[in-house]
Design a protein around this ligand. Structure first.
Ligand SMILES: [Zn+2]
Ligand SMILES: [Zn+2]
Length: 429
């Protein structure tokens, strides 16, 4: 193919920049347009707050979506995108494709509960056209778009990837959600070379804490509660952090010498079984050790039988912000008679039930937050950016005040053109 002439490249942030949620970043080239992720924001109460800044004109101009992973803040606005007239494909891993429907359903369920109407029809969920890949590290060339794209497992969740592109002559790196310290998910380091732009997740801002320190804090909190005879509820998202928390804590539970029990929802254990045969995406682990130690439940009947045991109980249940899923069942059941200590290990968005619990403890329950790392700290950010050697960097996945600090820190460490901007903004080069 003859080399086409290209003008400049525009990056338009439609969501997820200067805020936490609804990640959606548009790459507008001379001939083609690509969208990176298309997520929603759980904290939002209005259409404007929940969805990316999309309209028919933008949706019909997009040629391809690159989807980093299945979490709702990255994928749940896809049906809305199709309802606006998008007719292209969504590139993602097979694993992500398998997980997306349950996140779309949870998004719908949450809005039904909140009484917020959807801007699309349920049938639009079925219109998503996927183009998937199985390998955790790979590449594809799409001649029509002049797009050469590599991906690599990003260490954040099962099937989550970063994308490294050559698009219309520009080299563009998009980190998606990534984490280099995961004990379960493999992280592939992108090639060290110069990029025109890096679009990176800085969800933990300038925090320097390592996973080991965070896990220690979490274990101590759980232990104290159990030793005082209290029940502990860990609300977790379906895929990603949930399985890693389960494996990490199972090592702690092995060592305890007092009476207690662990109840785990089947939907959290199930992905682990699939992960066992997904070499390349995950590190080595054994599921079999878990099944005897834990009581695995899947419906109300089995939950109630397990809870009748009477001993201090630790429960792992979905979802992470207690909006949908069994976590609300345990909350209602246990906080009626016993004291329930709820420990949130991830981000809890405003206007969710989880947020309400943390803000308004009662004589029956309280909520604490202890981070279990699934995103990069500032040390990992610096390391990634050193290898990317980018002329420009856009910080995503955090509030503007936090990303201002990241930008300042990076500038003082010699990184050039680091942009802490807001959704609605963008850059051109
Ligand atoms: Zn995620
Ligand atoms: Zn995310």
């Amino acid at each position: 193919m003859a080399k086409r002439m290209y003008r400049n490249m525009q990056i338009k942030c439609l969501g997820g920049v200067g805020e936490y949620g609804r990640t959606s970043i548009l790459l507008v080239g001379t001939h083609s347009t690509i969208l990176l992720d298309c997520g929603t924001d759980k904290a939002g109460l209005t259409h404007e707050e929940q969805y990316p800044l999309l309209n028919e004109e933008i949706a019909t101009s997009i040629d391809l979506v690159l989807l980093s992973h299945s979490h709702e803040d990255h994928c749940s606005a896809l049906p809305y995108l199709y309802s606006l007239g998008f007719r292209g494909q969504v590139l993602c891993s097979d694993l992500t494709r398998q997980q997306v429907p349950s996140y779309l359903a949870a998004w719908r369920e949450m809005n039904e509960k909140k009484g917020i109407p959807l801007p699309y029809r349920v049938e639009d969920e079925k219109r998503i056209q996927y183009r998937t890949f199985a390998e955790p590290l790979g590449e594809v060339f799409m001649e029509q778009l002049d797009l050469y794209v590599k991906w690599g497992s990003s260490g954040h969740s099962f099937g989550a990837v970063w994308y490294d592109m050559e698009f219309e002559g520009y080299s563009i790196f998009f980190s998606g959600d990534y984490h280099t310290e995961s004990a379960l998910y493999k992280y592939y380091r992108p090639e060290e070379k110069k990029r025109d732009i890096a679009i990176v997740n800085t969800a933990y801002g300038v925090d320097r804490k390592k996973q080991a320190e965070q896990v220690k804090t979490l274990e101590e909190l759980i232990l104290r509660a159990l030793q005082r005879g209290k029940h502990v509820l860990l609300p977790l998202p379906k895929v990603g952090r949930a399985q890693e928390v389960l494996l990490t804590l199972s090592k702690l539970f092995d060592k305890l010498d007092f009476e207690f029990q662990v109840i785990v929802e089947e939907e959290i254990v199930r992905p682990l079984r699939e992960m066992e045969s997904a070499a390349g995406w995950v590190k080595d682990f054994e599921v079999n050790e878990l099944s005897e130690q834990f009581t695995i439940v899947c419906d109300e009947k089995s939950r109630i039988v397990a809870l009748k045991n009477g001993v201090p109980t630790i429960i792992l249940a979905t979802d992470g912000m207690m909006q949908t899923g069994p976590a609300s069942f345990y909350f209602n059941y246990l906080s009626e008679t016993d004291f329930l200590h709820i420990i949130f290990t991830g981000y809890v968005a405003k206007n969710t039930f989880g947020y309400h619990i943390i803000e308004h403890p009662s004589s029956k329950y309280k909520g604490d937050k202890v981070r279990f790392k699934v995103h990069p700290n500032i040390i990992e950010t610096e390391e990634l950016l050193s290898g990317l050697m980018a002329d420009r960097t856009i910080l995503t996945h955090n509030f503007k005040v936090e990303n201002d600090k990241v930008a300042e820190f990076l500038a003082s460490n010699g990184f050039r053109n680091v942009f802490s901007i807001r959704s609605g903004g963008g850059i051109e080069f």
